[in-house]
Design a protein. Structure first.
Length: 54
């Protein structure tokens, strides 16, 4: 399971990151937060699909 979070950077950008190794920098906190939520949701969906197939 992935759990993504965000970190605000001193230059006004924000980084979305996850313990799985995924990370990206975005122009603002709201965009990074949306990406983090999407990453977590997509990972959960992929894991559910894998579990259903096996």
């Amino acid at each position: 399971m992935c759990y993504a979070d965000t970190t605000d950077n001193p230059d006004g950008t924000a980084t979305a990151h996850c313990y799985c190794g995924w990370s990206n920098t975005y122009p603002d906190h709201d965009t990074a937060d949306a990406a983090a939520e999407s990453h977590t949701r997509d990972a959960e969906a992929a894991e559910a699909d894998f579990a259903a197939a096996h």
